[in-house]
Design a protein around this ligand. Structure first.
Ligand SMILES: CC(C)(COP(=O)(O)OP(=O)(O)OC[C@H]1O[C@@H](n2cnc3c(N)ncnc32)[C@H](O)[C@@H]1OP(=O)(O)O)[C@@H](O)C(=O)NCCC(=O)NCCS
Length: 447
């Protein structure tokens, strides 16, 4: 590649990543990786990427594993870590190895994060890390007659303390260990710690760096995005999944159900995968989103009353065009709604225009009490997704007061002449709405 091409790619790439840089600033990400990543000679590359994320204003909680390090200590002492029903049994000898391994892995990570060598991406960077007794654990106990000894499960994560460190611009480092109020130490799974921390902090993202193969469809195509429902269906389908993938999907499901709206599975072995995942449209791994868990779904005839109640004040104000109950009943298959505690708090509709691959986005409304929390965005994304699945690649909207909201989401001003012919005939000149159009791209733009 010539120097000019290289510059061109750099400029294009940098510009394309700008929206993600803005979107991620000030957000909280929990990033988990196994002890395998730490043992890898290329671990410093991941550390450099972590430093970059920190530099871009992302609040980071790192959670490390230590399985290979624990196993090698056990081997050298002639012992072995026993498993029962997929769970470790940590006896006294194993616990000594766990403490030893976890301690040294943590020190190693801290040392790398402290490195500020010239000629590395860390040059001149001063990172502060903190680790401590943030995780309270309890014993797994005796299950079906098997005593799991010092293997534990997370009882509580001290979110307030972690948040304080994050607000002080520190990177928080969590280990797969927890302490009990009785002063005991328990061996935990790093993924469980990460999931519990992400839920407690209501993190914007939980990122699980995976060791195993990437998640693929039956036709070997990589799955780049799954809704929580789709992830659940996959887990229940009986399809054989790699052990690593299965574990990660279960943790993703758990995190989504506890308020983490995005979980990313990212291959640790692919160079720069973390940056690709976070700063490019197509990403590199699998994104599991919790939107559907928040109650976003297709409308049914039972929602007509709720939608009417939601849109009535907006119709009275002249923001939305009036719709009778009868019309709404007929049009209900075009609607998506967000339901919360049995009430419809947001809606939007997609009307195929009957001409080519164009559709109208209409009746977008979020209840006054629930605005500014991304629900409008979530509905728009879901409608765009629905449109693309039905082969529609162009959306238009008619609006009187919400033009900027649409412009900020990729809609461009257009003329009446750009509307489908039948819609031009119906155009209400008295209402004088502006026309906006968006061309949909087959990409994932919500990382
Ligand atoms: C437009 C609407 C659907 C957005 O819903 P929402 O859930 O609040 O949207 P989001 O949380 O995704 O986005 C909020 C952002 O949009 C901005 N916004 C809200 N209404 C806006 C408007 N009329 N014009 C420009 N920006 C607007 C908010 O200021 C906020 O931006 P900020 O965080 O930078 O301040 C909601 O405000 C609404 O129901 N409005 C009345 C109905 C309407 O206008 N529908 C469109 C008919 S064409």
């Amino acid at each position: 590649m010539s120097a000019t091409d290289r510059q061109k790619y750099f400029i294009e790439g940098f510009r394309q990543s700008a929206p993600y840089i803005h979107a991620h600033r000030g957000r909280t990400f929990v990033l988990a990786f196994g002890g395998e990543a730490v043992a890898d000679t290329r671990f410093s590359e991941l550390v450099h990427d972590i430093a970059l994320l920190h530099g871009l204003g992302i609040k980071l909680v790192l959670v490390h594993g230590a399985r290979p390090q624990i196993e090698s200590r056990l081997r050298s002492r002639g012992a072995k870590l026993e498993y029962a029903r997929g769970l470790r049994i940590t006896d006294d000898a194993a616990l000594a190895c766990v403490k030893d391994a976890v301690g040294s892995v943590r020190v190693e990570i801290e040392a790398l994060l402290s490195m500020g060598l010239a000629n590395t991406p860390m040059s001149g960077v001063r990172l502060r890390t903190s680790s401590g007794n943030f995780v309270t654990a309890r014993p797994l106990g005796i299950r079906e007659g098997i005593d799991y000894c010092h293997t534990g499960e997370v009882r509580r994560v001290d979110g307030a303390a972690i948040r304080q460190h994050l607000d002080d611009q520190e990177i928080v480092l969590l280990s797969p260990l927890g302490y009990s109020p009785t002063g005991e130490v328990f061996n935990l799974s790093a993924e469980e710690v990460a999931t519990a921390a992400a839920g407690e902090l209501q993190a914007d993202k939980l990122i699980l760096m995976t060791e195993g193969p990437e998640l693929r469809t039956g036709r070997r195509q990589q799955i780049s995005q799954l809704s929580l429902t789709e992830a659940t269906t996959l887990l229940n389908s009986g399809r054989r999944l790699a052990e690593d993938t299965l574990r990660h999907l279960i943790h993703a499901q758990h995190a989504c159900r506890h308020g983490v709206s995005r979980v990313h599975l990212v291959s640790r072995r692919r160079e720069g995968a973390l940056l690709l995942e976070l700063f490019t449209r197509d990403g590199s791994g699998t994104l599991i989103t919790a939107e559907t868990y928040e109650g976003l779904r297709s409308a049914t005839i039972d929602d007509v009353g709720g939608i009417l109640g939601l849109i009535k004040p907006l119709e009275d104000e002249g923001i939305l065009v009036k719709r009778s109950r009868e019309l709404l009943e007929m049009e209900i298959p075009h609607f998506l709604v967000i339901e919360r505690d049995g009430a419809i708090i947001a809606c939007a509709a997609l009307y195929p225009a009957g001409e080519g691959e164009t559709a109208e986005l209409a009746c977008l409304a979020v209840h006054d009490d629930y605005r500014n929390h991304g629900r409008g965005d979530a509905l728009l994304r879901a409608l765009e997704d629905r449109a693309m699945r039905s082969g529609i690649d162009r959306l238009f909207v008619l609006t009187t007061r919400t033009a900027h909201w649409f412009r900020e989401r990729g809609f461009l001003p257009a003329g009446i002449a750009q509307l489908p012919t039948h819609k031009q005939g119906l155009y209400n000149y008295q209402r004088n709405s502006r026309v906006y159009v968006k061309t949909l791209a087959e990409t994932r733009d919500d990382r």
